[in-house]
Write a protein that binds this ligand. Structure first.
Ligand SMILES: Cc1cc2nc3c(=O)[nH]c(=O)nc-3n(C[C@H](O)[C@H](O)[C@H](O)COP(=O)(O)OP(=O)(O)OC[C@H]3O[C@@H](n4cnc5c(N)ncnc54)[C@H](O)[C@@H]3O)c2cc1C
Length: 394
């Protein structure tokens, strides 16, 4: 009998296994991942930013776990030789109308204990010579890392720390109760568990329902598309350049991100994905599409934000529109400097009344805990989310 079976070999599932083996060195732990390798979905398709925690409502789980998780992630990377860098970032106001929102972010950052300061045009051009703005916030402690590399390192280390293993190509298909245990059925056979932890990312609501836990929300997938700067133009962005986000949305607006491998990604936008795990514009999975467009929560969300949604969709079809959004931050940018890069799909939980769940969210019943909402900055926060999950276990 296993003590813990974790569904999902993304960064949340793997850090949870890591935390568990640290707390209970004699425990038997199995991570079941349906793909042939770990980090196949969100964890392997993101911006790779170690977020500072500046944006999140003080007192929220996102604010607290992002701060704690970032410190733990940096320590983990330092200890296990996973490359990361504290390169710093700027959040840039390009006109007067954005100054109020910029100051609100600064206040939040200070309340959350983030090392950040308001800077003027001159300092901005020292930090990012090709960026235009009338004011900015400089966050020296923001950083970059490859979360795929972190996940691979965790999967490699876990079996060396005790009775923990990752089984790939193991899609969980159902659960049944057997006395005090839960039997987890998968495409690699059955696994008995005292406690199941669902970290299923884009599928988490479905896995929850399979396990008899009502997630209370449905995952609506939002594709984030990127371009990347051609190598001769990478010098245009030294580190991380972000716009002032629209507070009505959980997404940060298209930005420039230097990746740990030296490339510079531009994006992501946020368009409704017609397939939860579809990375191309034309990817359609009828079940996913049907579940989104017939869900009251999605319909309410869409009717409230259709204008924003259409803008994002247009940017998805039109490179010129995408470039226009980026040029607000970098006027010298030309369309020819950009080539398409791989996209990602975000799992965003939406409540039946159309509200996007803003904070991290967990649901449980005896023997089964579900991570219902773990969008950005969950990769940064993952080691702290793992601690939070373990604290909630009986
Ligand atoms: C475009 C984009 C940019 C982002 N940028 C950042 C960033 O810069 N910084 C940051 O901190 N966060 C960022 N995020 C968010 C971050 O990537 C996610 O919050 C994080 O990766 C969530 O991890 P996870 O383990 O919950 O999900 P995932 O990585 O999606 O892992 C879930 C796993 O569960 C598996 N699974 C699902 N169903 C089953 C089943 N039935 N059986 C077995 N396995 C199953 C899946 O195959 C998958 O591997 C970004 C996300 C996206 C999409």
């Amino acid at each position: 009998m296993n003590d813990f079976v974790i569904v999902g070999g993304g960064i949340v599932g793997l850090t949870t296994a890591w935390e568990l083996i640290g707390r209970f060195p004699a425990a038997r732990i199995v991570v079941l991942e349906k793909e042939p390798q770990v980090a196949h979905h969100q964890t392997g398709h993101n911006s790779g930013v170690l977020h500072s925690g500046i944006y999140y409502r003080p007192g929220s789980l996102k604010a607290r776990l992002c701060r704690e998780g970032k410190a733990r992630m940096e320590a983990f990377c330092a200890e296990h030789s996973v490359p990361f860098e504290r390169c710093g970032k700027v959040i840039v106001a390009v006109d007067e109308s954005e100054l109020g929102r910029l100051d609100n972010i600064l206040e939040r950052g200070q309340a959350n204990g983030v090392d950040c300061e308001r800077i003027g045009r001159e300092r901005l051009s020292e930090l990012e010579p090709h960026c235009a703005g009338i004011a900015a916030i400089h966050v020296p402690e923001a950083g970059i890392v490859s979360y795929r590399a972190v996940a691979q390192k965790l999967a490699q280390l876990l079996p060396t720390r005790g009775e923990a293993r990752v089984v790939t190509s193991a899609r969980v298909t159902g659960f049944r109760s057997d006395g005090s245990a839960t039997v987890v059925a998968s495409t690699q056979g059955e696994f008995e568990a005292r406690q199941v932890i669902n970290c299923g990312g884009l599928q988490t609501d479905r896995v929850s329902r399979l396990g008899g836990v009502d997630p209370g929300a449905r995952i609506v997938p939002f594709r984030g598309e990127y371009y990347e700067l051609v190598s001769e133009q990478r010098h245009l962005c030294r580190n991380l350049i972000y716009p002032v986000p629209d507070p009505a949305f959980p997404f940060l607006g298209v930005h420039f991100t230097r990746m740990i491998d030296g490339s510079v990604e531009c994006g992501p936008n946020a368009v409704l994905a017609f397939s939860r795990e579809g990375y191309r514009m034309g990817s359609i999975r009828l079940r996913d599409l049907w579940e989104s467009i017939t869900y009251s929560g999605f319909l309410r969300l869409a009717s409230r934000h259709w204008r924003m949604g259409m803008g994002e969709l247009w940017r998805s079809f039109s490179k010129a529109a995408f470039v226009r959004a980026l040029r607000r931050l970098m006027p010298s940018l030309e369309a020819s400097y950009l080539r398409p890069a791989a996209a990602g799909v975000r799992a965003q939980a939406v409540e039946p009344d159309g509200r996007m769940v803003d904070d991290f969210l967990f649901r449980d019943r005896a023997g089964f805990l579900s991570v219902v909402n773990a969008p950005s900055p969950a990769a940064t926060a993952s080691l702290a989310i793992a601690r939070e999950i373990c604290d909630r276990l009986p």
